[in-house]
Design a protein around this ligand. Structure first.
Ligand code: MN
Ligand code: ZN
Length: 497
């Protein structure tokens, strides 16, 4: 959680780090700029070492060599970037991650950012810096014993390039996004006894220092507004529910805002429809949607995005005490529609129903996108490779899909339709909150859509992508901070003045 990367950007006048890092493509020829610092005869030495180690410059592979006496550095680390023709936009973030992965905590390194074939662009340099930071992230503040002393030290990296001024603006934006991802990761990783709804709202309120306007609605206010579906979920918990609203006003006043809505169930036991015990600890991540919204709002504000954006998160804890909601209960949502509770574990949609309705009525946004760890069924359909995308807007679908490909946070569009909608009709109320296993992600999305008017809307089911992440070049964290980069890209590409 503490800053594990000390990053500097400098020109190439002198190197002083313990490790020297260079980039090598499949040709294995160092860039002229790197050649200068390697010293005489180093090309030969490097070529022989590469042959012995079968290092072929494959993307993200590494070759670590002890430097000869008097080289001015202790280790030479070559990182592969693959053939130029195969290099994609996403590869530069991953490259930064691969570099951080090869370096050790408590050591210092100079990274010569130069390729023999092409000059790196500002955006690519910023992506490398972003990848470095995302990979260096560690969440270990609750470990008092097993941490190795050097792991407490940052990786000290100096990026060396001919003209550091060129990349300055892009680097600042990347820094804002990296900080947003880190905030989202921290929130998802925090234990649920620490991060309850009130504490979550307090953390969101910290964005005030970036100029984000904050409103925190407590239970009394939520009752007055009429968010009974949301309050019903939280009523079995000793912890009070909250709704936090973040306003970033980066465009002229009066410009229609975009809105991001997050499910923030800080712990989900399932309620009276109690979940099985095994793996229940993972349900601390049932607030990954809300975490992404906070991280995104940080990124937008920190890079002063020229957009008016609303972030709004529903924060509840789903517990089974004597006051808990029962299967069979009927609640009236803010929309005025009645909901029969079939399964108290289908709680996220109840929270979102009220927050979505509130958002469209109050803010009349240009679009609203909600993120929620909504259904296990989305994992059955898509594993952890894509988030499920449900939307009433082909334009949003196209834009989100493109932003997903560009950032590696990919989405896959799933169907909505009348036949699915019918599946949530209830015998006793206007609708029911659960409709069985078949099409479980879709019926959940239909439920949300019954609380959306004609506002362009997209629902991202991130139960697979938002927590329990697999290791990747840019992530070693359980909570990956999924969605911050995706939505920041969406805003940057299409919605800034
Ligand atoms: Mn649940
Ligand atoms: Zn849940």
């Amino acid at each position: 959680m503490s800053q594990r990367l000390k990053l500097e950007i400098k020109a190439l006048q002198a190197i002083g780090g313990q490790d020297l890092v260079i980039l090598l493509s499949d040709t294995l020829a160092p860039a002229a700029l790197a050649q200068e610092w390697l010293g005489r005869g180093a090309g030969d030495w490097l070529a022989r070492a590469a042959a012995v180690e079968r290092f072929k410059g494959k993307a993200f592979s590494g070759l670590t060599l002890l430097a000869p006496e008097g080289a001015g550095y202790e280790r030479l680390i070559a990182i592969g970037v693959g053939p130029e023709a195969e290099r994609g936009e996403l590869d530069f973030v991953k490259l930064g991650g691969a570099i951080a992965g090869k370096l050790g905590h408590g050591r210092s390194a100079d990274v010569i950012l130069a390729l023999p074939e092409v000059a790196l662009e500002a955006g690519q340099i910023a992506d490398i810096a972003l990848g470095l930071r995302l990979r260096a992230y560690v969440f270990d503040q609750y470990k008092t014993k097993s941490r190795k002393p050097e792991e407490a030290e940052p990786i000290a990296v100096t990026l060396r390039l001919p003209d550091p001024a060129v990349a300055k603006k892009a680097l600042k934006a990347a820094d804002a996004v990296a900080a947003g991802v880190e905030i989202a990761r921290n929130l998802v990783n925090e234990p649920p006894n620490v991060l309850h709804p009130e504490e979550f709202a307090d953390r969101a309120a910290k964005l005030a220092k970036l100029g984000v306007e904050i409103e925190i609605l407590d239970e009394k206010q939520l009752k007055k507004i009429g968010m009974r579906a949301l309050l019903g979920v939280g009523q079995g918990s000793r912890r009070e529910s909250r709704v936090a609203i973040m306003h970033w006003n980066g465009a002229k006043s009066g410009v229609q805002p975009v809105a991001f809505v997050g499910k923030g169930v800080t712990f989900d036991t399932g309620g009276i429809s109690l979940k099985p015990g095994a793996g229940m600890e993972d349900m601390k991540g049932d607030m990954a949607g809300a975490a992404c919204v906070v991280g995104l709002m940080h990124a937008l504000a920190a890079r002063k995005a020229k957009v008016n954006a609303i972030g709004i998160i529903g924060l509840v804890e789903n517990m089974p005490d004597g006051n808990a909601q029962r299967p069979g209960d009927i609640v009236t949502s803010l929309s005025g529609q009645t909901i029969e509770i079939i399964n108290t574990d289908a709680e996220g949609r109840l929270v979102l129903a009220d927050v979505l309705w509130y958002t469209q009525e109050r803010f009349k946004p240009r679009f609203m996108i909600n993120l929620a760890t909504l259904t296990g069924a989305i994992l059955v359909a898509l594993a952890q490779e894509h988030a499920g995308l449900f939307t009433n807007s082909d334009e949003l679908s196209d834009r989100l899909s493109a932003a997903g490909k560009a950032t590696g946070e990919t989405v896959w569009r799933m169907p909505l339709g009348k036949a699915y909608d019918k599946m949530i009709d209830s015998k006793f109320a206007d609708m029911k909150n659960a409709a069985g296993r078949h099409g479980g992600s879709i019926t959940a999305a239909q439920f949300l859509q019954r609380h959306v008017n004609d506002t362009p809307w997209a629902h991202l089911d991130i139960a697979g992508t938002g927590m329990g992440a697999k290791d990747s070049e840019i992530n070693r964290s359980w909570g990956p901070g999924w969605g911050v980069r995706l939505l920041d890209r969406l805003v940057a590409e299409h919605y800034e003045a």
